[in-house]
Each structure stands twice: as structure tokens, then as C-alpha cells.
Design a protein around this ligand. Structure first.
Ligand SMILES: [Zn+2]
Length: 451
């Protein structure tokens, strides 16, 4: 998975035997040219030719690269009963929803062995995954607050001096991590809301950014507020795991962050403030019942008021989500938005919530459809490649690239499942995936990562 030698690289040609060839006739490929229809030839799982055949007339199926989920936690428990699904189920949940590349933002080593074994036994190619190992965060402070991240059931490293960071980087690399995730937020949602976590000092931020750069390791940082984002930017960070949530940035503030990119994570943060009816609507798309633990549906039927009310954060989280969405749409306009979810947070389901995120970003504005799909595929994929240490400029739809793509119905909502998903030339059989998921749920320990 390191150094660009991952499975996205086609296997060597010249294996002998007949060449398998498929031609997709009369498809639109909006990422290459929005006005033209193509015949697309795939040979031995690789794009061999994109031949323009005439102008688009409307009604053509659209071919896009597979979706890249840019902020996930594969090993964290998305279910309301705090159980984590078996990683073999999670892999299929992603495929089912057309997500072919996944960036894990910490914790993947907990399930790495099971994922690898599942992939080896699976008739479908698993999604590609790139991960950071574990995250680094602040030491406990004098007030007894821990750094953000230690509240999750996955290890994080608390760092105070350069030697701690060195140890964390070595340990993550030994586990297959290829980038660094830095937790840097005190948990403030909105101006005046409570400080929940200790935070890395400026000195630690600076040596963290410098050390990562010196070693050629891409670093992603987790900030909440504009002030945190400014400090991190000043120390050299350019990749932000969330959009700013304590205010809607004006043009001058956005201009402070030249060259920065921001991940949207609305789907992962919204469950805290949703009502029972909103949950039932959110879980109402057909693929929920076919891919997710049905106990979640029963659970949300019993929700009488949003959790945010009980936890005293309903208003601040609701306001934060509105700010985050507006900041994400501004990032969309200047091309710096990455589409993610924070799936693995409670109520944010792997695969399913990616399509929800697209819908939350789009709202009722159809003019955003093309740009959102572009960021969720091409831009997300370039980010994925950077994080795994592959600086190759080759795009996902070049001749010679692996044939990993979705076909979308023209005019279908962004939340709709693709018509077809193909991974490295292998078509994904959705009904068979659903049966495989049901089969895993029917066997001990009931489709869960741990009994
Ligand atoms: Zn996260």
C-alpha cells in the first residue's frame, strides 16, 4: 500500500491468455468533457480507450471514477448500541455505495488483520484504503482534560516532546500508516461553548509540522475553530480534517488559507442533533436495510428528543453544522473541498453516509451536482494518492488506469446509488453483496468486530 505500489497500479501485462475486453457505448464522461459522448473500452481491467463519438444529447449514463471517502474511521462503532461492524461488512458497505477508496483518519490497525484476511477471501476487490495508523494528540493538562481522540475506543498517542512524535511516527509506519493525523482542537463548537479537551502547544505544533515535512509525511490536522485553523496554518498545516465550525468565514478570512484544503464531515456530526423523524427519513433509503445493522432502525424509533438537548449542545451543534456547511460550500466554489463523513461516529454509517453527505452539501441547489461529484471523485482521489505517498499526476480516467468507476443515471439525485460500480474491471454485484452482508450478520458474533 505504500509508495504507489498499491493495487491501483495495473498488474503486469503479458500474462498470456486471451485479453478480456468490454466496451461501454454511448456514455457521458463529464470529468473529461461535459458535452461529449464516448465509447469507453476496458481491457483486462484497465481503461484502454476513450473514443469521442458525438455531442451529448441528454439522457446518457454518466461514467465517473469511484467515490473517495476522505474522512472515515473504519474501526470505530457507528451503531447506536456502540458495536462496530465486522470489517468484512464495512468493506462491502463501501462497495455497495460506490465508494472505492477510503481514507481512514485513525484506528485502522485495530482491524487491519481482519480486513486483509477478508480481502484475500472476497470475490470482489475491496476498496483501496490508506490510513494514518493512530492519531497524535495533546497530553492531559493541569485541569485534567485529555487531548481529543483518547475518548474513542482506539489508541492515540499523546505527545509532549519531539521524541514522543518520533516514536509515534515509527510505530504508525510499522503498522502500515502512510500519513500523520494530528488532533488539535479543544472541542469548542461555537463562541462561548465549553472547552472539552487539552490542546497541543504551538511549540509542539511547529515541530510536528516540521518533522512531518522533513520526512516527506503528509499531515492532516483536526481543528474546530477559526483560531485553531489559523494557528495550525501558521505552523505549516494545509490539510484540515473538518471545515471551520465556529463562524462562517468571510472572503478575507478565506483568503488567509491559500493552498489549504478542507474535508466536509456533516453526516458524522449531525446525528447528535437529529429528531426521531429526521433519523427515520435519513435511514429511509433502500440501501440502509440492505447494508446496515437493522437494530439501528429500531433504536431511533425510540428517540424522543435529540441527544444534543440532553447533552446541552443542541443549539451550538446546530449552529456549528450550519457554519460548517457554508464554509464547505465556499471551499467547493474555490475547489478546495474534499468530501468525507467522519463515519464511525455514532449514526454515521460506512458507505451509506457518504451519499448522505453529498445530499447534505447539495441541499436544494442542483447547480452544485457536477462540482460535488467532481470533488468526491477526482479531487478525493488525488488526495488519497498524496496520503499514500504517490505523487503520480496520472488521473483515475487516464488510458492505462485501473477501470474503477461508477455509472450514474442522468438526473438522479446525488444520494442515489450508482447504476453500476466496477472495481479494477470487476463488476460489483449489489444483490450478492447484500446477501454476503446478511450472511455475515447471521453468523457469530452477529457480524460484529468483537463478540
Ligand atoms: Zn474523525
Amino acid at each position: 500500500m505504500r509508495g504507489g505500489a498499491g493495487p491501483d497500479r495495473p498488474r503486469d501485462a503479458g500474462r498470456g491468455g486471451p485479453v478480456s475486453r468490454q466496451v461501454l457505448s454511448g456514455v457521458a464522461v463529464p470529468g473529461l468533457d461535459t458535452g461529449t459522448v464516448f465509447d469507453v473500452t476496458v481491457e483486462d481491467g484497465v481503461f484502454a480507450r476513450f473514443e469521442a463519438t458525438g455531442p451529448r444529447r441528454g439522457g446518457e449514463r454518466e461514467l465517473w471514477p469511484g467515490y473517495t471517502e476522505t474522512h472515515a474511521h473504519v474501526s470505530l462503532p457507528a451503531n447506536w448500541d456502540d458495536t462496530a461492524d465486522d470489517p468484512r461488512i464495512i468493506a462491502l458497505q463501501y462497495l455497495y455505495h460506490g465508494v472505492t477508496h477510503v481514507v481512514d483518519m485513525f484506528g485502522f490497525p485495530l482491524v487491519a488483520d481482519a480486513w486483509r484476511e477478508g480481502a484475500a477471501a472476497s470475490p470482489w476487490p475491496y476498496p483501496e484504503i490508506v490510513h494514518c495508523g493512530y492519531a497524535v494528540t495533546a497530553l492531559t493538562d493541569a485541569a485534567g482534560r485529555t487531548g481529543h481522540g483518547v475518548e474513542f475506543p482506539a489508541p492515540v498517542y499523546m505527545i509532549g516532546v519531539e521524541a514522543d512524535l518520533d516514536q509515534a511516527l515509527r510505530a504508525n509506519a510499522a503498522r502500515g500508516g502512510t500519513f500523520l493525523k494530528v488532533m488539535f482542537t479543544d472541542g469548542t463548537e461555537q463562541p462561548g461553548s465549553p472547552v472539552k479537551f487539552s490542546r497541543l502547544s504551538e511549540e509542539v505544533l511547529r515541530f510536528t509540522a516540521r518533522t512531518a515535512a522533513e520526512r516527506g509525511i503528509t499531515a492532516v490536522i483536526d481543528c474546530n475553530t477559526l483560531q485553531e485553523t489559523r494557528w495550525a496554518y501558521a505552523c505549516g498545516f494545509r490539510l484540515f480534517a473538518h471545515t471551520v465550525r465556529d463562524r462562517t468565514l468571510g472572503a478575507a478570512e478565506r483568503a488567509e488559507f491559500a493552498g489549504a484544503r478542507f474535508v466536509s464531515t456533516l453526516a458524522g456530526l449531525r446525528p447528535m442533533v437529529m429528531t426521531g423523524e429526521e433519523f427515520l427519513a435519513e435511514y429511509g433509503r433502500e440501501s440502509f436495510a440492505l447494508t446496515q445493522d437493522p437494530a439501528n432502525l429500531e433504536f431511533v424509533r425510540g428517540i424522543e428528543k435529540p441527544y444534543g438537548i440532553g447533552f446541552g449542545c443542541q443549539e451550538t451543534r446546530t449552529a456549528a453544522l450550519a457554519d460548517m456547511r457554508r464554509n464547505a460550500l465556499a471551499a467547493l466554489r474555490d475547489g478546495s473541498l474534499l468530501v468525507g463523513t467522519d463515519s464511525g461516529n455514532t449514526g454515521a454509517y460506512h458507505g451509506y453516509s457518504f451519499l448522505s453527505e453529498l445530499g447534505l452539501l447539495r441541499g436544494d441547489d442542483p447547480t452544485l451536482d457536477h462540482a460535488l461529484r467532481h470533488q468526491a471523485t477526482f479531487t478525493g482521489r488525488r488526495y488519497f494518492d498524496e496520503l499514500r505517498g504517490d505523487a503520480s499526476p496520472a488521473g483515475p480516467l487516464g488510458t492505462g488506469a485501473c477501470a474503477t468507476y461508477n455509472l450514474h443515471a442522468p438526473g438522479a439525485p446525488l444520494t442515489a446509488l450508482p447504476l453500476a460500480t466496477v472495481v479494477r474491471g470487476v463488476p460489483v454485484d449489489r444483490p450478492a453483496l447484500a446477501r454476503a452482508i446478511a450472511g455475515l450478520r447471521a453468523t457469530a458474533p452477529n457480524g460484529k468486530a468483537t463478540p
